[in-house]
Design a protein around this ligand. Structure first.
Ligand code: BGC
Length: 357
């Protein structure tokens, strides 16, 4: 991580936010070096406001912890003060709007926004632009037109389609490796149920579509027994799975889940009654409890969603925007606005690589 060793020293009398980006990079770099060399004398800190759709989400709360950790690392690496405000939107877009207003009123220099409702992006983008405050959306992707409203709007995330394809490939590989074990009914068709995330979320839609496409593109016929949303939520997924187990019993050969929390809910439902065989279960995220479930042989596999890498890219962007550095020099920026972190499949075979994280 390049920031760990970098010495930042923020100017004590910086220009208004809207004009900061216009500072010639070379001039700014030498000003920073000078200040750094003379011990700083700054009386301002970088202030970042992070608005979460809800903190009651395993993946998002882990990202919030990552952000806090990265701020501490950057502070100790640079000697600079960075203040991170975190607001919990509690799944209410109007609450999140108020929080964004408060961040702007408090003089935040950069905003990180994990939208409650993806269609609210334009309003937030316009508020940020009016104040000249750069905006980084993450995890819940606005439509391209909203991202393009201003050149200082960014999106940090991962390609949902890729996660679906990798999840489907895990199942396809399992089928190819031991078809008999998977095709319990012996009819040559893979019977499955699908636990879906929040309706309208790009990750739910694309994971649902591309996981199945990867299996059928691999030449395996599938039969969907049921699909339903469980809103990313473990308890809701346990309830849905319990119903499906009553309805289809051992007829379920695979449980696809759009994320790990819901896969863990499926495991909760399966574990509540003793049974000889379990369906194959796959998730997405590689959260700590999901990795434990892989180690225990309950979760066949998951797809690592690099929340820490996303948090790192957000911090790198924030620091670059603050110092006036070209963001494209700080992160791998695509089309001037996007940073994409890759997904990676996880099974028992490569679990060790992820347990260290
Ligand atoms: C994660 C889910 C999470 C959702 C929140 C997805 O990328 O896989 O676990 O609940 O984002 O928006």
């Amino acid at each position: 991580m390049r920031r760990k060793t970098r010495s930042f020293c923020f100017p004590s009398c910086r220009p208004p936010a809207g004009r900061r980006a216009a500072l010639p990079a070379a001039l700014l770099a030498s000003a920073l070096l000078l200040l750094s060399a003379c011990g700083g004398g700054k009386d301002e800190s970088l202030r970042v406001g992070a608005a979460l759709y809800t903190q009651d989400d395993t993946f998002i709360s882990a990202m919030a912890q990552d952000l806090e950790g990265l701020v501490r690392e950057a502070e100790s690496g640079t000697g600079e003060k960075i203040t991170l405000f975190i607001a919990d939107g509690k799944s209410s877009q109007s609450t999140q709007m108020d929080q964004v207003d408060r961040f702007l009123a408090r003089g935040c220099d950069v905003l990180f926004v994990n939208l409650v409702d993806r269609t609210a992006a334009a309003v937030i983008a316009d508020k940020a632009e009016a104040e000249g405050v750069p905006l980084v959306f993450f995890n819940r992707q606005p439509v391209a037109e909203d991202i393009q409203r201003w050149d200082r709007i960014y999106y940090v995330g991962a390609d949902a389609r890729e996660s679906g394809e990798l999840q489907g490939k895990l199942v396809l590989d399992a089928w190819r490796a031991d078809r008999e074990a998977l095709d319990r009914s012996g009819d040559g068709v893979l019977q499955y149920v699908m636990l879906e995330g929040e309706p309208g979320h790009q990750d739910s839609l694309l994971r649902t579509e591309y996981s199945i496409k990867a299996v059928t593109d691999g030449g395996v016929e599938v039969e969907k027994l049921a699909n339903e949303t469980a809103n990313w939520n473990r308890a809701q997924a346990a309830a849905r799975t319990a119903q499906w187990l009553e309805e289809f019993g051992d007829g379920i050969e695979v449980i696809f889940s759009n994320n790990d929390d819901m896969a863990l809910g499926a495991i909760d439902a399966l574990a509540s009654t003793p049974r000889d065989r379990w369906p194959l279960i796959v998730g997405v995220d590689a959260t700590a409890p999901a990795l434990e479930a892989v180690a225990a042989g309950q979760l066949y596999g998951t797809v690592h969603n690099d929340g820490r890498g996303q948090a790192q890219a957000m911090m790198d962007l924030a620091l670059a925007l603050w110092t006036g550095e070209d963001p494209a020099q700080a992160v791998d920026l695509k089309e001037g606005h996007y940073v994409w972190l890759p997904y990676r499949p996880v099974t028992l075979e490569n679990l060790d690589e992820f347990l260290e994280d």
